[in-house]
Structure formats: structure tokens, C-alpha cells
Design a protein around this ligand. Structure first.
Ligand SMILES: Cc1cc2nc3c(=O)[nH]c(=O)nc-3n(C[C@H](O)[C@H](O)[C@H](O)COP(=O)(O)OP(=O)(O)OC[C@H]3O[C@@H](n4cnc5c(N)ncnc54)[C@H](O)[C@@H]3O)c2cc1C
Length: 407
């Protein structure tokens, strides 16, 4: 007979781990298991990202993203201080390179103000030169509280909390079926993987790039599909790092949830340029040459993706050019950092974003959580979900307490 838990969480990324931590914090007696398909925790989005603790500039006012990013940043800063994880409030500058971009920057400043981002400053060229001496722009928006952190260290600290509070974390368990079964007067769920199974009173899925697949296992397929967008980074050579003090971003295109190729100083002193946003040819396709024909065919046959591709083919084609041709990538950065030369950039790592797309071709903008009965699915948790992880975890824990009888 398999072991029975009150709650099973699928996915050992930063969102699953934060949710497990928040649940055990509220319910110390809860029997909880977290199932991760890899041999290690935190191998996907949670450790393949820009490492930026976002202040919440971009998100639609009143959205889950806006609220949970603001709350999550404060909760993360507290958690990091309590656990000795370094976090650096280096600040971020968004740069309008010409007059045509100034309205976009002003609209961003308005939105950021409405979202309650503290300390914002709209600046001109002189102040830009003080903040980032090598940046060229006609105007800028400074967010002094934006920070950087190592999200891997944060995620492992969540895992330590889960284990210390009696939660079980099982690795190498790729859940491939979730079945409902009668149990006494009620129901329980059986989660199976290749060589094992557990029973649980309730399930919370935080499966990132596979969230739609896990949702389909419980009959919650819905009309949203995950489209994997690869983002490559290039590293600045050590001699070129002097060009960047902190975080430098272009004015974003509000039609897309991606923020444009930016420059990010990392906790270890490296500076990365990126990420771009090209279609990945596999859900975990970190390299251009990683192709899983079945996964690619599914994406290309998906009506939502086709509508998206048809609407934005020009932007998509430009991204694919930047993807294969370094000078085009470098030219994008040179718009606001003119001294950067092609040879200052070396190959760097990549990440793959789990971005949900609706049947009508719209990119799902907000964090989305669905499910019914004793099952909850995190369906869309792209950036800034690492920043917001503790707040997302708290929200899921509250929802679980309301929906499931946790005893
Ligand atoms: C390029 C890039 C840059 C980003 N930059 C930032 C940033 O600067 N700041 C920020 O806040 N956010 C950023 N993000 C977003 C952030 O990294 C993600 O939103 C966050 O990591 C999502 O966490 P997650 O736990 O949902 O997903 P993941 O980290 O992908 O974890 C999901 C886990 O579920 C597991 N899993 C999947 N299916 C199963 C199954 N069937 N059985 C068992 N386990 C399963 C996977 O193996 C994985 O470990 C960025 C993302 C990318 C890709």
C-alpha cells in the first residue's frame, strides 16, 4: 500500500518549494510530499533566469502579477535577511534611446507609480550619465529598489525549510498519472510515476514548462497551452564589465510579456546581456540544436500558437535573426550602450520560459491558477514568479486551506 499524504505538490522549482514552505509554516502537522522529476531540485526556470528581484514596474494595475510581485519582493527580502542570503539593491535604469521611445517610458512610469513602486525617478541625460556613465539615452526611469539575488540559493533555502518542518521531498519522480479514487466516505488522489506512487488528499501542481500536461492528467486541460520561449544570454568579457554598474533595460514593447534584451549584473560580478525570446524546439530545449520532433510538432500544430505567430511574424522573425546572428544581438544592446563591441560578448547560458498561450493566440499575461475539487494547478507563472514566489506560495496555501479540508 502506498504512503498517504495530506497534500502532494508536483514540481520542485521555486514556486513548488515556496508553496510547500508556506503550507508547512501555516500547518505544522500537515503530511506533505513534493515530487520532482529530476535528480536535483531547481534545474529549470528557477535557476536559468536573470536573477532580478523585480520591483513591479510593468504589470497591469490590479493584476495578480502586480500584487504578488510587490508583496513577494518584500517577503523575499525578509526571508533572505533571516537566512543569510545576500541580496543587493543595485537599482535599475530603463532607457529611452530617442524621442520616439519617450511616450513608452512615460507610460511605464505611470504604471509603475500606480503599482506603488517606491523611489521612482524620471531622469534626463545628465542624471543618466551619473547613474550609468556609459549609457546613451534621452530619458530614463530609475527604480532604485530593484535588486539582484541568486534564486538557486533562495530555492534551496526553501527546500531546507520544508525538510526541517517534516515535509518529504522525493526526487526522480516524474508524475505521469493522477487518478481519483474513492477513500472511505470521500475521495483521494493517486499520483504515479515509473516505479512508484503516493496517495494524497489534495494535489497542487507547480510544474512550470509541463503545467498544461499535468493539468491534462486531472482533466483540467483547458484552452491554454505552454509555448516554450528560449532566452539566450551572452556574457560580457571581464574587461567590458566596467561598462555596466547595475541593471540596464530598454523600453519594453507592451504587446509582449518579455522585457527586451537587458544588461544584468549578477551576484558573482558577471554581467549578462539577454535574454532574447525565440521559439524553443523542445520544452527543455536550452540549445538551438535541442529538438524533440513530437514536442515541436505539437507546438506548430497548436491553433493558439499559429494565431500568435501569424499576428507577430515580424517581431518573431527579428528574434530568430538575433538568435542565430550575434552582431544583430549586439546591435540591440548598442542602442543604449554604444561602446559595446561585438567581441565584448561571449556565449552564455540560456533559459526556457513557460509561457501560456490561449486558443485565440493571446499570450496569457497574468499569473494563472486553476483547478477544481481537491486539485490546484499553477498554469502560468512566468517572470516575475521567482521574485513573487513566497507570495504565490502564500496565496496557494490560503486557497488550499479554503478549498481542501486539511484537518
Ligand atoms: C530566461 C528567463 C529569465 C527570467 N528572469 C527572471 C527574473 O529576473 N526575475 C524573476 O522574478 N523571474 C524571472 N524569470 C521567471 C522565473 O524564473 C520563473 O517564473 C520561475 O522560476 C518559475 O518557477 P516554477 O517553479 O514555476 O518553474 P520551474 O523552475 O520550471 O520548476 C518546475 C519544476 O517542475 C518539475 N516538473 C515538471 N513536470 C513534472 C512532473 N510531471 N513530475 C514531477 N516534476 C515535474 C520540473 O522538473 C521543474 O523542476 C525568468 C525566466 C526565464 C526563463
Amino acid at each position: 500500500m502506498s504512503v498517504r499524504y495530506d497534500v502532494a505538490i508536483v514540481g520542485g522549482g521555486i514556486v513548488g518549494l515556496a508553496t510547500a514552505f508556506r503550507l508547512l509554516e501555516r500547518r505544522p502537522k500537515l503530511r506533505l510530499v513534493l515530487l520532482e522529476k529530476e535528480h536535483q531540485l531547481l534545474l529549470h526556470q528557477s535557476t536559468h533566469n536573470s536573477g532580478v528581484v523585480h520591483a513591479g514596474l510593468y504589470y497591469a494595475v490590479g493584476s495578480r502579477k502586480a500584487r504578488l510581485c510587490r508583496d513577494g519582493k518584500a517577503e523575499l527580502e525578509r526571508f533572505a535577511a533571516e537566512h543569510g542570503i545576500p541580496i543587493e539593491r543595485c537599482g535599475k535604469l530603463v532607457v529611452a534611446v530617442d524621442r520616439a521611445e519617450a511616450p513608452g517610458l512615460e507610460a511605464l512610469a505611470k504604471r509603475a507609480t500606480a503599482n506603488g513602486v517606491p523611489g521612482l525617478e524620471l531622469v534626463g541625460p545628465e542624471r543618466i550619465a551619473e547613474i550609468e556613465p556609459h549609457v546613451a539615452g534621452v530619458a530614463g526611469l530609475l527604480s532604485p529598489t530593484t535588486a539582484i539575488v541568486d534564486f538557486g540559493a533562495v530555492g534551496h533555502a526553501y527546500a531546507d525549510e520544508v525538510r526541517a518542518r517534516g515535509g518529504d521531498i522525493l526526487l526522480a519522480c516524474r508524475v505521469d498519472a493522477i487518478e481519483r479514487r474513492a477513500a472511505g466516505a470521500g475521495e483521494e488522489l493517486l499520483l504515479r510515476w515509473a516505479d512508484g506512487e503516493v496517495r494524497a488528499g489534495a494535489v497542487i501542481s507547480c510544474a512550470g514548462l509541463w503545467s498544461d500536461r499535468v493539468a491534462a492528467m486531472t482533466g483540467h486541460a483547458g484552452h491554454e497551452r505552454v509555448v516554450p520561449f528560449r532566452g539566450d544570454y551572452l556574457r560580457l568579457r571581464p574587461e567590458a564589465r566596467r561598462l555596466v554598474r547595475a541593471l540596464i533595460y530598454p523600453v519594453n514593447d507592451p504587446r509582449f510579456p518579455f522585457l527586451g534584451i537587458h544588461l544584468t549584473r549578477r551576484m558573482d560580478g558577471e554581467v549578462w546581456a539577454g535574454p532574447n525570446a525565440a521559439l524553443a524546439f523542445a520544452r527543455e530545449g536550452y540549445r538551438r540544436t535541442d529538438i524533440v520532433p513530437r514536442e515541436l510538432a505539437e507546438t506548430l500544430a497548436d491553433r493558439g500558437f499559429l494565431r500568435l505567430a501569424f499576428r507577430f511574424w515580424q517581431a518573431g522573425a527579428a528574434e530568430m535573426v538575433r538568435d542565430v546572428w550575434k552582431p544583430a544581438f549586439a546591435a540591440q544592446v548598442r542602442r543604449y550602450l554604444p561602446e559595446l563591441r561585438d567581441e565584448d560578448l561571449e556565449p552564455g547560458p540560456s533559459g526556457v520560459r513557460a509561457q501560456s498561450v490561449r486558443l485565440n493566440g493571446e499570450l496569457v499575461d497574468d499569473f494563472s491558477i486553476g483547478g477544481s475539487g481537491r486539485i490546484l494547478h499553477v498554469r502560468n507563472a512566468p517572470s516575475p514568479a521567482a521574485t513573487a514566489s513566497l507570495a504565490i506560495g502564500r496565496e496557494l496555501a490560503e486557497l488550499a486551506e479554503r478549498r481542501f479540508d486539511l484537518g
